[in-house]
Design a protein around this ligand. Structure first.
Ligand SMILES: CC(C)(COP(=O)(O)OP(=O)(O)OC[C@H]1O[C@@H](n2cnc3c(N)ncnc32)[C@H](O)[C@@H]1OP(=O)(O)O)[C@@H](O)C(=O)NCCC(=O)NCCS
Length: 125
């Protein structure tokens, strides 16, 4: 991702682990520290998830987010990712075991709210 205002590379947003048989893939995103907390993550997530559904005709995009990352989870929920379940003690991090939340968004959901579930009055199942 390149910030328009400065031309600086500020991070990456990636559709990965493409599963053509099931029309699915994963998603990950990461900014350099100075670019965080300014709304860019929300904007970039909307853009790439929209690209996945509208241009690539994916059906499902999924991810995992660790419990120590509420900011990332907030971004995913804002854009319409729905919690599927918790992978308990999925990570051993500096001696502590950490849960991961499994989340996904499906094409019909995307086309109902286009990355703004709150505005569309969309309530996740
Ligand atoms: C996670 C990441 C992509 C989010 O992008 P960002 O540009 O920082 O996020 P935004 O500014 O668009 O939005 C952050 C939201 O989280 C909220 N937030 C921030 N800290 C929070 C916290 N501790 N708990 C809950 N919500 C929090 C903000 O208030 C904002 O929500 P709002 O718009 O409703 O107010 C970015 O911070 C990042 O690259 N982090 C490091 C790498 C990483 O964690 N990647 C994700 C791995 S799953």
């Amino acid at each position: 991702m390149v910030e328009k205002a400065t031309g600086n590379v500020v991070g990456e947003a990636v559709l990965n682990e493409w599963d053509p048989d099931n029309e699915g893939c994963g998603f990950r995103i990461s900014f350099v520290p100075g670019a965080q907390g300014r709304g860019l993550g929300t904007e970039a997530t909307r853009l790439i998830i929209g690209y996945g559904f509208e241009k690539l005709a994916l059906h499902r995009i999924s991810l995992e987010v660790y419990a120590f990352n509420p900011r990332a989870r907030r971004v995913y929920e804002k854009v319409g990712f729905v919690l599927e379940g918790v992978l308990r003690d999925a990570l051993l991090w500096e001696g502590e075991r950490v849960d991961a939340a499994g989340m996904s968004i499906l094409a019909p959901e995307w086309f109902r709210h286009r990355g703004r579930p709150e505005r569309a009055g969309h309530t996740p199942a």
